[in-house]
Design a protein around this ligand. Structure first.
Ligand code: ADP
Ligand code: MG
Length: 614
């Protein structure tokens, strides 16, 4: 579809006066029909009705245009006017995006809140970026410099954490004829004049870009750096690379939103774009309440200083929900182009797909599986494809990681949205209802989840944390797999039938599950666990396992092992704060060895006959 969109978008031109106005002939919820819109293009934005509701042309047949309207159409009647804008659905990009909360078509929610004293009014026209605010612009080019798309003209401190790099917009180049001197400018003032074949072109800090087309890049490269999330089960077992794609499918209440919030809070991305898509409004309110208070562990500043929120909650119009993920990824691309690592969370892509289904239904298109349109897969792909680790114009690199929550009803992963998403994404964090019921959080199923970035990310771990990472992870996975095999046997014959070494494997696997895989998102310390700490925790737990096996060989009993004091201490490791965990882990390691030595010493003192009995 993208190619088609691009073609249509590049052709679009300002309508002449007699072309500009059409008339509504039919209204069906978010989808309406209009005629007499002469010259109108596919994907062109139009203003619908007396209130000027924002809509987008999604079908054209002779002189009848089908339009999806991004706002409530209640009260709209045939006969009302439809006005062409000559432009595809586009965003305003420039300083002032960070810390904003937008709806799916970039209307600032707070701004609208002020204007109407209510949620969001229809057809209301509030500028997406503050037009009055002055930004301190510092030029980095000089008169006479040759520049092209992506080159940085100057910088602005957008927030304490984000340096906004004002770039030559896509597809433009020339000689700098004039550049603003250091000083305060608003987003519409000219900060540079480019001279080129077409003459002279004035450039401000604001650009526009159509949401349905990816911004140009040089090329993509294989992602290889870990997106640190501070969530043990993710970073250690199913790592996501910066520039990678992940899906979090899970039934109701399995913890999708909590994981997305955790990623938005703690991941080491430079910029976070959080798209709340069709879920309950109070979850977005939670973000709005929490984020300004929380400190970014990477910068020490408030988390909002690197965050853009897009909210199209369940009570807002479905067409804008369909657009919201594309708006989100367009903003992500804009910051990626500056050379940042951006992470985008979408919660939930299922609600987005349902919006697609509803609109498709109104168009009376031939439904595919479970009523979803046949183009569900390609639409999903057109969104996830815009993730990636990229070489950019201007000689920089940047990335977008995309993490989509999927909410299959009843937690049944065979439904179309989950299945189509899995064909695209490289990381699969499967949330399990059974684990949730046992209050094992995050409820990531370690046996069915996977990451296809493991080889690349192993290198990252080995270079940045420890050279033995890969083998440690592999041995732990083996232990967990062994546990699941042993559990089947235990179900049949009971635990006592197992040899002591297997009984101890169950004990050790339980330590891994309860003290490593489980992680309390709401605990002050445990909410974020740095990679070094993850490695050391796991290493100690696996040492417990290997040393325990040796002790069993020497004749130490299961009862003695189960009563070891070190177990209790290991279970509290995750709560050791960053100031002193390393020291305390070192002590624990010594205690572990001492306690085993003591056990073996008592054994040597006891009689050989007794030993035989064991
Ligand atoms: P979903 O979005 O999948 O419907 P939520 O993310 O809202 O589910 O999670 C439901 C509940 O599960 C949360 O309110 C919380 O009580 C619990 N929960 C989920 N993840 C965690 C976690 N990592 N730590 C503690 N509690 C969790
Ligand atoms: Mg949720």
């Amino acid at each position: 579809m993208e190619e088609k969109v691009e073609k249509s978008i590049s052709r679009m031109k300002e309508p002449s006066e007699e072309e500009a106005e059409g008339v509504v002939i039919h209204v069906a919820g978010p989808v309406i029909e209009a005629k007499n819109l002469r010259g109108v293009e596919m994907y062109e934005v139009v203003e619908v009705g007396n209130e000027g509701l924002i809509g987008e042309v999604i079908e054209l047949e002779e002189d009848v245009a089908t339009i999806q309207v991004y706002e409530e159409t209640g009260g709209l009647k045939p006969g009302e006017p439809v006005i062409r804008t000559g432009e595809p659905l586009s965003l305003e990009l420039g300083p002032g995006l960070i810390e904003q909360i937008y709806d799916g078509i970039q209307r600032p929610l707070e701004g609208i809140l002020e204007e109407t004293g209510d949620f969001i009014r229809r057809g209301v026209d509030v500028p997406p970026l503050d037009e009055d605010k002055k930004w301190e612009f510092v030029p980095v080019v000089e008169e006479g410099d040759e520049v092209e798309q992506g080159d940085i003209l100057g910088v602005v401190e957008e927030t304490k954490t984000v340096e906004h790099r004002v770039m030559v917009p896509p597809n433009k180049k020339g000689t700098i004829k004039d550049i603003a001197s250091k000083g305060e400018y608003d987003i519409d003032e000219t900060i540079a004049v480019l001279g080129n074949k077409e003459g002279e072109e004035e450039i401000s800090m604001k650009q526009r870009w159509p949401v349905r087309v990816g911004r140009p890049i040089k090329d993509k490269k294989q992602p290889g750096e870990l997106l640190v999330t501070g969530q043990r089960v993710l970073d250690t077992f199913f790592p996501l690379a910066k520039g990678g794609t992940a899906a979090i499918p899970g039934g109701f209440g399995t913890g999708k939103t909590v994981i997305q919030h955790q990623l938005a809070k703690w991941s080491d991305a430079d910029i976070v774009v959080y798209v709340g898509c069709g879920e309950r409004g109070n979850e977005m309110t939670e973000v709005l309440r929490d984020f300004p208070e929380l400190e970014d562990p990477w910068s020490g500043e408030s988390l909002m200083k690197r965050t853009v929120l897009i909210a199209n909650t369940s009570n807002m119009p479905v067409a804008a929900r369909e657009a919201s993920v594309f708006s989100g990824i367009t903003i992500a691309e804009y910051y990626r182009d500056m050379g940042y690592n951006v992470a985008l969370m979408a919660d939930s892509s299922s609600r987005w797909a349902e919006a697609l289904r509803e609109i498709s239904g109104r168009l009376e298109e031939m439904p595919g599986e479970e009523g979803f349109p046949a183009y569900l897969a390609s639409e999903l792909a057109s969104f996830y494809e815009r993730a990636g680790s990229c070489r950019l114009y201007g000689g920089r690199e940047g990335s977008i990681s995309v993490i989509g929550a999927v909410s299959p009803s009843g937690g049944d992963f065979s439904e179309p949205v989950t299945q189509n998403t899995l064909r695209i994404v490289q990381v699969f964090w499967a949330l399990d209802t059974e684990l949730k019921n046992r209050r094992h959080f995050p409820a990531v199923d370690w046996l069915s989840s996977y990451s296809l970035y493991l080889d690349e990310i192993s290198e990252w771990w080995e270079e940045n944390v420890n050279e033995h990472w890969k083998s440690l992870r592999r041995e732990t996975m083996r232990l967990l797999e062994k546990e699941s095999e042993l559990e089947e046997i235990v179900q049949l014959v009971g635990p006592d039938a197992l040899p002591p070494s297997d009984q101890f494997a169950l004990q050790a696997a339980r330590v891994i599950r309860e003290d490593f895989l489980q992680q309390n998102a709401f605990h002050e310390v445990d909410t974020f666990c740095e990679p070094e700490k993850q490695f050391r925790m796991l290493k100690l737990m696996m040492e417990l396992y290997s040393t325990g096996l040796k002790a069993i060989e020497k004749g130490v009993s299961m009862d003695d092992l189960a009563a070891m004091e070190i177990l209790e201490k290991i279970s509290r490791m995750s709560n050791y704060p960053s100031e002193d965990w390393e020291e305390r882990f070192n002590d624990l390691e010594m205690e572990l060895n001492e306690e085993f030595n003591e056990l073996e010493e008592t054994l040597e003192l006891s009689s050989p006959i007794e030993k035989e009995d064991r």
